[in-house]
Design a protein around this ligand. Structure first.
Ligand SMILES: O=C(O)CCC(=O)C(=O)O
Ligand SMILES: [Fe+2]
Length: 241
């Protein structure tokens, strides 16, 4: 259970870091370790950009996936959020060598029909619920996640310089593919995980107009409920390394 121990250290680091950056407001502290911060002030894209940069503590590095993006329903769907369909459980930046530690969402325009509810599920809760053979396969078997020209090949669960790292996404556009099971039940582990996750009851958060939500990407899987057709919902998302 070395992994779980490391995970818990990572968790504490993230919580410390959140507190250190002083972004959390007490009114919306959630059950699972200071997840969500809300300030109800309108933010422009430029201000949002600056906020992300200041949280990042450095100049923007602008990696291919790391830019601040505007998530809205578009005709040419490119990113995961640019669809009115429900968003399945995932962590962000799965295909990057080092996925971001946090992401910040700014709800510029919410879905008037009440769609687009944010869903969160704590990864530590998932890990303690999984049988050992699944954890083992997730940490050892080599899995390929690929979209467009980007790909990750390696274990889906691990530990890097930023802490626990769980890469997960399985939807219409991207399916994990076993490259080398290393003698473990990798395919069954992926299926087991998908089935388990489908049964999990999310922490649901209905964002209000102008909410700012800071999420530790290493600690939570997230998703989102379906949007109304032709929704005018508009969200900025910034990744914080
Ligand atoms: O639309 C949202 O609320 C979140 C979108 C998202 O998770 C993503 O684009 O990665
Ligand atoms: Fe996401």
């Amino acid at each position: 259970m070395e992994l779980v121990k490391k995970w818990l250290e990572g968790f504490n680091d993230c919580v410390d870091s959140l507190q250190h950056h002083n972004v959390i407001t007490t009114d919306t502290l959630k059950k699972y370790g200071n997840t969500i911060s809300v300030t109800n002030t309108a933010v422009t894209k430029v201000e949002f950009d600056l906020l992300v940069q200041s949280l990042r503590g450095s100049a923007p590095v602008n990696p291919p996936f790391g830019t601040i993006r505007t998530i809205e329903v578009k005709q040419n769907v490119s990113g995961i959020g640019d669809t009115e369909l429900e968003l399945d459980w995932h962590t962000d930046g799965n295909l990057l060598p080092v996925p971001p530690q946090f992401f910040l969402l700014y709800f510029k325009q919410i879905d008037q029909a009440g769609g687009g509810i944010s869903w969160f599920y704590p990864i530590h809760q998932l890990l303690v619920d999984l049988p050992w053979w699944v954890i083992e396969a997730l940490t050892i078997s080599h899995i390929r996640l690929a979209r467009d020209e980007w790909e990750w090949v390696g274990p889906l669960l691990g530990f890097d310089e930023k802490g626990i790292c769980f890469r997960w996404r399985w939807d219409k556009e991207l399916q994990p593919e076993v490259v080398d099971s290393r003698g473990l039940k990798a395919r069954q582990a992926l299926d087991y995980l998908a089935v388990t996750l489908a049964k999990k009851k999310p922490i649901a958060y209905r964002a209000q107009q102008n909410d700012l939500v800071l999420v530790p990407n290493r600690l939570f899987l997230h998703g989102r409920s379906q949007l109304a057709a032709k929704s005018s919902r508009c969200v900025y998302r910034g990744w914080i390394e």
